[in-house]
Each structure stands twice: as C-alpha cells, then as structure tokens.
Write a protein that binds this ligand. Structure first.
Ligand SMILES: [Mg+2]
Length: 373
C-alpha cells in the first residue's frame, strides 16, 4: 500500500490510508484536455486575455455593492434596480473600496494579475517567486478589500515564515479560488494533468489558506477554467459536469485531508445539497448557499452551481452572479474568469471593457502570458 503524505502522484489510481483504513481510490473521470496547438481555432492570446479581463470585469461589476452585511448588499442591489453596469461604490461597501471609481477592480484581480506576472517572469510555476510576488503586492499595493486571512499570511511571509507554514489554519475563504485562473491555465497550456493541478493548488493555496475547503474550491474552479479553455468559444457545460465535479471534490478532499487535516464541513457536501437546484435563479441559489458570502463552501458552491446549470453569455453570467448578492465581487470574478476564458476577448461586452480600469495593461499581460507557451 502506498500512503500519500507529501506528494500527489501522477498515477490515475491512488491507494491511500484514509482515517486508519486502507482502500483503493479511483480517480474521477479525466478532464478533456486536448492539445491546444492541434486546434487551429484556438488562439491562446485571445483566451488568456479573455480570462484575465473577464475576471477583472466581474470583480469591478460586483465591487460597488460588496459589503460585510448581506442585508445591506441586497438592499443596494434592489435600490439600483439590479447591477448591470459599472457604478459608484454604494454607502455600505467595505471601507477600502469606498473611494474607488466605477470600473475599478479589487483584491482578487490585484492578486490574479500578480500571480500571472510571476508565471510570466519565471516561465514556470515557482511557488517561492509567487510568495514573493504576493508579499510585494501586500507591501506596495492599495489593499482593496483584502481578506484578513491573506493579509495576515502575507505579513508572516514578509517576516520570513516559510510558505508551507505561513497560511492561516482553518482559513476557509474563497480567495484562493478567486485567483487560481492563471495557474489553471498554465496546467491546460502545458498539458499537465489533474494531479498536477491539485499539487499547484495545494502549494499556491497553503501559503495563505491552510485549509482543505479553500484549496478544494480553487481546484474545482481550476477544472472549470480548463473546461473553458477546451471549449469552442462558448460556455456550454456538459449535463453531467456538476456530478463529476462532486466526485472531483471528494477526491481532492481525501488527498488534501492527509496533509491539512479533515474539516467537519466539506465543499462536496454543499455541492451535493445543491444538485437538484441547478435550474434555479441566482437569487434562489444564493439563498440555498446561505447568502453566497465568502466562506468557500458557500461562495464556490454558488459559483459552480451557476456555471454548471446552463450555458451562459458572458454579460448575463456576471450580472446574474452579482445580483445574487453575498461576496459579489469575488463570485463574479470567478464566473468572469471561466466564461471569459471560454468566449475570448472579442466576445466581452465593449461598454464594460471601455470603462474597465487598466484594460490595456490586463489585455497586454494576457497576450504576453500566451507567449510563454
Ligand atoms: Mg474583492
């Protein structure tokens, strides 16, 4: 029997020692991952820029209503007649967002771009360099809605704590899932498999969030990014994708629990509870997800149910996501990254692109990133 403690192996069938017992764990169905170079219709620059821009647009759409009290968030959405455009921050929003102008994005975009810069600079997933890039952002950027878990962990990294020990124990928020897109895209472009994606999610996630739920959430969003890049320029999930992702979540939770300890609550259980609600509206889904606030089990399950429930046009997807309330900017950043990666830059709404903060910087970063492969 092979007991996995420190590494996730590259084999499809893993034998693990789980809670004192031993059994063979079959890997879930493999993700379709065609070689992009073999597909003439695939333009990496268009898709990777679409992913980064889509994430930033979703973040900026949700920013003006992102507060700590979801009751006030929902009231603000109602007052605005639903959020459909970039608007000014509403009175209840997080203090660090109140001075932003319409079209500005927040923490998840700051760190997604910062992660992309590291991948570009090193032409590799270099965890030490990514940790340094996070610290640089923490010390030099305006901290727009940064979660306490990420701030505390970056402070520990800056003080010399090793990245395997810097993350907050039980840090179970959605922040890692919200910034995983460039790393998931790396695995797709390089033809890496699911085990390698999970390994990256572990090392990337644990530097801030030492928790199975936060990292499983990142893994599942990463799989959806890979689906999006493999898709023919539209977001049209297969009918059984949601059920497959529940199995993927269980598989990741089993492996991650060996390294991080098994939490009482698990993302896979939340996904199972939502399985019959995939055709509900975003408002109803958010209610089923306890408001879709920043806890990974609530936020990521909301995003996955929305994405897997039907095919989506980009603009419809991010508008529906924000108007469900909760962690509006982070939820829409995840949805925007996935649908943006599927449709590419040319199908992003021009009226939002024109008003997005640093749109050409983000587009250029996506194009340069594509040049790595
Ligand atoms: Mg944010």
């Amino acid at each position: 029997m092979e007991v996995i403690k420190n590494g996730i192996t590259g084999t499809e069938t893993l034998t693990v020692d789980l809670l004192g017992g031993a059994f063979a764990l079959e890997g879930p169905p493999a993700v379709q991952n065609p070689n992009p170079s073999a597909r003439t219709s695939f333009r990496a620059a268009d898709r990777l820029s679409g992913m980064l821009l889509g994430s930033a647009i979703g973040d900026a759409l949700g920013m003006p209503v992102r507060g700590l009290d979801n009751r006030l968030t929902k009231q603000a959405i109602e007052r605005l007649g639903g959020v459909r455009h970039f608007v000014a921050p509403q009175p209840h929003v997080l203090r660090s967002l109140r001075r932003l102008r319409p079209g500005c994005w927040t923490d998840s975009t700051q760190l997604t771009l910062q992660t992309t810069r590291s991948l570009l600079k090193k032409s590799d997933v270099d965890y030490d360099d990514i940790a340094q890039a996070m610290v640089h952002a923490f010390e030099n950027f305006e901290l727009r809605g940064w979660d306490t878990t990420t701030k505390q962990s970056c402070r520990r990294l800056s003080q010399g704590t090793h990245r395997l020990r810097s993350g907050k124990l039980h840090g179970c928020g959605n922040a890692v899932a919200a910034r995983i897109a460039p790393i998931a895209a790396w695995t797709f472009m390089q033809g890496e498999d699911r085990q390698q994606l999970l390994e990256h999610c572990f090392h990337y996630g644990v530097m801030t969030h030492h928790d199975v739920r936060a990292i499983t959430g990142a893994y599942l969003i990463g799989l959806l990014i890979r689906d999006a890049l493999a898709a023919p320029r539209r977001w049209d999930p297969s009918p059984n994708r949601y059920a497959e992702l529940i199995e993927e979540a269980k598989w990741a939770e089993t492996i991650l629990s060996h390294r991080l300890g098994r939490p009482e609550d698990l993302l896979s259980r939340h996904l199972e509870e939502l399985e019959d609600a995939l055709d509900c509206s975003s408002v109803e889904l958010a209610d089923f997800c306890q408001g879709a606030e920043s806890y990974a089990c609530h936020s990521v399950s909301y995003v996955i149910a929305l994405l897997c429930g039907r095919s989506w046009d980009f603009e419809e997807a991010i508008i529906a996501t924000v108007n469900g309330g909760g962690d509006t900017d982070t939820n829409a950043a995840m949805v925007g990254a996935v649908v943006g990666a599927a449709v590419g830059t040319k199908k992003l709404p021009r009226q939002l692109l024109e008003r997005l903060e640093e749109v050409e910087v983000i587009r250029g970063l996506g194009e340069k990133y594509a040049g790595v492969f």
